[in-house]
Design a binder for this molecule. Sequence first.
Ligand SMILES: [Zn+2]
Length: 184
Amino acid sequence: MSVSQRIPRDQRRRFRTGRPCLDFTHTGGDGPYAVWELLHTPEDVALYVGGLLDVELSVVDADVAALKPLRAALTNAARGAARGIPPSDADVAVINTVAATPPLVPRLADGRVVLTPGTLPQALSTLARDAIDLFSSPLRDRVRVCAAEDCGLLFVDASRPGLRRWCSMERCGDRAKKRKARAG
Ligand SMILES: [Zn+2]
């Protein structure tokens, strides 16, 4: 079983934004995001951060706290991008600092990228580099917050017209349509 398949079924919808750096922000956080926290132990970090990158990670106790500054910076940058606001200098500095360390090593296998098992600092660098790629590309204007009131998940709208409103058509889109049908 691959690492991503170990993520419990009821948590998998958090990891479908289309970008690992955004999936990472869905693992929890400070303030309003604390109720969503998934990362309490090194085992949690190996499961969820390893899962969203689909790689085996060796995680030590100190990693649980060490991941938080990058996660907060990515959350700020992503939620800001969804409102058309560029990232703050402080958040950019955190992202750049983490990206400057060695990332997980990619390998080409059967026409796909497969990450070589590594450490959490390497995984954080990989996530920070994904964020640098995203926030320097036209897709930064396609970062959205799901329009469903009780959802709030991020996604990247890669559709050609750029009018996607929901994190998933199966879940939030379908429920919105049913509500509209009942109201109509
Ligand atoms: Zn949604």
